[in-house]
Design a protein around this ligand. Structure first.
Ligand SMILES: Cc1cc2nc3c(=O)[nH]c(=O)nc-3n(C[C@H](O)[C@H](O)[C@H](O)COP(=O)(O)O)c2cc1C
Length: 281
């Protein structure tokens, strides 16, 4: 768990890769990690099936990342799920675990949710309701961030996150959590705060009620509409993986439950609650 904690700290979206294919032994390692990812379930009990690596050449016609934002990625990892909210959540969770395992091993990754060529992944689909919501660019990160990365990072405000006390609240007072009141839990929530999200929108909101964390999503209808599926559920699944890793690293045990408190904020959608307990050494 501690290495996953440092992977969370280390991970950044990589958009410029070294211009070289995977070494054979690294391809094998990739296969092992993809197998491992197919074996785990998200918090709502769904696995991702048919996780596969699709190579791309640098030829323009074959590029997977569109608009040329992603440079020289040797390939992309895709998985197959169904387009329901719970499946999207679990896809986010499983693929973020995979991202962190790849980060631990020093591969560069980038999530692509909207801007990728779906036709290149058609061969992975076999049923009518099979759906690939997002893919992961993967490769060897270029040491120096190119100017292009810097510009995109600025545009996406990638380096900043919303202030802690505008994401995490006490319930029912709705006051932002004061980290001094909950120093250990604040460290866990910092790990949620570091999670990647589509356009860096950070839709997660967490409410602490005694020893329970209620997780909500600040849903943006216009944004999701634009993308033809509810991408913010992927973001929420990603956030849940960071939350669970955070709880485990900081000696909390937890139980997931579905017990929404009564909340009068219409733009917040309830996702799940975690009843937590801290085990001091
Ligand atoms: C579901 C999802 C979809 C994303 N889609 C794209 C994309 O299409 N193109 C892109 O350049 N970055 C994409 N990103 C990366 C985000 O812009 C990035 O995670 C965010 O700005 C935070 O930066 P960081 O990952 O460096 O911490 C996506 C991220 C997520 C979680």
């Amino acid at each position: 768990m501690d290495t996953l904690k440092s992977a969370i700290r280390k991970r950044r979206s990589v958009r410029t890769f070294k211009k070289r294919p995977f070494a054979e032994k690294d391809r094998r390692e990739l296969d092992q990690l993809m197998d491992k990812a197919s074996s785990i379930e998200g918090p709502f009990g769904h696995k991702v099936h048919t996780i596969a690596f699709v190579e791309q050449s640098d030829k323009k016609a074959e590029r997977i990342g569109t608009y040329g934002f992603i440079k020289h990625a040797p390939g992309f990892i895709a998985g197959v799920t169904t387009n329901t909210h719970e499946h999207l959540l679990d896809y986010g969770y499983v693929f973020e675990m995979l991202t962190l395992w790849l980060t631990e091993r020093n591969y560069g990754t980038v999530w692509l949710g909207g801007t990728f060529k779906r036709s290149r992944f058609k061969k992975l689909l076999s049923n009518d309701d099979d759906f690939i919501p997002a893919v992961l660019g993967v490769g060897y990160a270029h040491e120096k961030h190119s100017l292009r990365d810097t510009v995109i990072r600025k545009a996406a405000r990638a380096d900043d996150r919303k202030p802690f006390d505008t994401l995490f609240f006490e319930f029912p007072s709705m006051q932002g959590i004061d980290r001094r009141d909950h120093p250990k839990l604040a460290k866990v929530l910092d790990m949620v705060r570091a999670a990647p999200s589509a356009s860096n929108r950070q839709p997660w909101r967490i409410f602490l009620q005694k020893n329970t964390l209620h997780v909500y999503m600040k849903y943006d209808e216009k944004y999701n509409e634009k993308l033809s599926y509810d991408i913010q559920y992927i973001d929420m699944g990603i956030a849940l993986s960071h939350l669970e890793i955070g709880l485990k690293t900081h000696d909390f045990t937890f139980r997931r439950e579905s017990k929404a408190p009564s909340m009068s904020e219409p733009s917040y959608t309830y996702i799940i609650s975690y009843k937590v307990k801290r085990h001091k050494h």
